[in-house]
Ligand binder design. Structure first.
Ligand code: GDP
Ligand code: MG
Length: 169
């Protein structure tokens, strides 16, 4: 079993249809762990990640926007929007504002701009994503769940950030 210090909870937030379940599925699918890729009733999964000679288990928690996050006590948050859906960007802005100002969390928040493969339907620019991330002290990454673009990178970066906040340089 993993030691408690290498078990991390990551809550995935964002409007309906932005690709949360798809991203979670792709992140879980990549690690061909023989131990635990367990899907439960929601789209939550446990993913084993081997990084820097250390094994970590990351629980990805698919979370409706209106869930109270106090009880979940996650180690990091992913806030996902679709670059083809302007409203989902506004939702992401509200969610990140809520996390920082209402919840007051100092945890890693990753702003994820998904569906970057839909170039011709793009309604949110990279710059707007970067500006939102900067405003609320979030990391930023552009992804495509269908092309598996930056999906592995996202998982690795989130884990690096979680480990980094446990043991500051
Ligand atoms: P959720 O409601 O946030 O969990 O979104 P889903 O993961 O269920 O995805 C909603 C729809 O968007 C599905 O039809 C997915 O196939 C599609 N989708 C998810 N990610 C991407 C992506 O990166 N690019 C494109 N083109 N479609 C995507
Ligand atoms: Mg879903």
């Amino acid at each position: 079993l993993p030691s408690p210090s290498s078990y991390f909870r990551v809550v995935v937030l964002g409007a309906t249809g932005v690709g949360k379940s798809s991203l979670i599925g792709e992140m879980a699918g990549d690690t061909q762990s023989d131990t635990n890729d367990v899907t439960d009733d929601n789209d939550n999964v446990l993913v084993s990640v081997h990084l820097d000679d250390e094994e970590s288990t990351v629980e990805l928690i698919d979370c409706p926007v209106d869930t109270s996050m106090d009880a979940l006590r996650p180690d990091a948050f992913l806030v996902v929007y679709s670059v083809s859906d302007r409203k989902s960007y506004l939702t992401a802005a509200e969610v990140t504002r809520h996390l920082r100002y209402d919840l007051g969390t100092d945890r890693t928040v990753y702003l994820v701009a998904n569906k970057t493969d839909l170039r011709r339907q793009q309604r949110v620019t990279t710059k707007e994503g970067e500006q939102l991330a900067a405003k609320f002290d979030c990391r930023f990454l552009e992804t495509s769940a269908v092309l598996r673009m930056n999906v592995d990178t996202l998982l690795v970066r989130v884990l690096e950030n979680i480990r980094g906040q446990l043991s500051p340089p």
